[in-house]
Design a binder for this molecule. Sequence first.
Ligand SMILES: [Zn+2]
Length: 408
Amino acid sequence: MVERFLRYVKYDTQSAENSPTYPSTEKQKELGRQLAYELRELSLQDASIDGYGYVTATLPANIQRTTPTIGFIAHMDTSPEVSGRDVKPQIHENYSGNDIILPGDNTQILRASENPELAKKTGNGIITSDGTTLLGADDKAGVAEIVDAVHYLTTHPEVEHGRIKVAFTPDEEVGKGVEHFDTRKFGAQYAYTLDGETLGEVENETFSADSVQVTFRGVPFHPGYALGRLVNSIKIASTFVEKLPKDRDSPETTEKMEGYVHPYIIQGGVESTRVKFIIRDFEDDGLRRREETLRGIAEETVRIYPKSNFTLETEESYRNMKHVLDKYPEVVEKATVAVRMAGLQPKLHSIRGGTDGARLCYMGLPTPNLATGGHNFHSKLEWISIQDMKKAAEIIVNLVKLWSKAAE
Ligand SMILES: [Zn+2]
């Protein structure tokens, strides 16, 4: 598995924001073609990559009774935030517990004091980049772990299993991982993404998310003759932003189960200025309340500027996957049992963000997220323990065993 992982991270599969193509970068397909080839080598006959870059394959059941078809999904792309080109993975054997100075850039230091999970891994083999790029454990660790679990199942025919589906997807990091994914064609009843961090965590809850655009309109006028006539929308929007809560309801002032409103783009001129927000809450009601709060502040603002007005448009991004997963409790329950079978303490975890699984849940495929063992995603200080990768693959095999006993 380590050999596979080291090979996968050397493929530059960085995705790109605002690309007109799908996948957003063509180079992701190079790894996709390689993975399809490797899955066929593992005797998953139908392994293939489609025009969107989705790699899918089927491991047929080796039992007669009908059990649910279970999918395992990981993403091939890496974050646009940090380069994933010429990744030079470093293996730190038998980790001592000290800080790790990355050899390609000695200002990149993985400090045990700042990485409590790392501090627990003394004696493990730790993989990092050389400090000049990200590592790509997010999510090539998930990919390698799934391939490894499939390899185990194909070389251990005595392990009973139902029909298993595998999918590797592009463009997760730009929020489009499942945009063209055909859940019906995929044919799994339930699935698991492997895209989380600390081993043992089972992520069954995400934010619910919308984007909101507030557009202010003023009255443009020649500035030389504008007395009493000009209403400048830049000033309206500035007043509006100034009135936003500062000590609460913001990403920088919230944690755990608290939601927020977050302006992230402001664009405009004298005539009109728009402020774009993402809004987040674990409850859908909370999301609506936040939208109304923004509307209230916008109303208050335009009252200060005569002849100005605003429009507020909301677009749904994704919804908390817990609403769906709660209807199929055995999906998360089996994940916690599989973790326990691997000798670890399962922990349900909520994500202050979304996952492809959250979207899949609303596309008819209930999909919680499992940990890969990777840490410090989207950073040059990304790391993963070899022992944790093996455990993650073991958890996948445990899940397969558990589902082989389930009635369809
Ligand atoms: Zn990821």
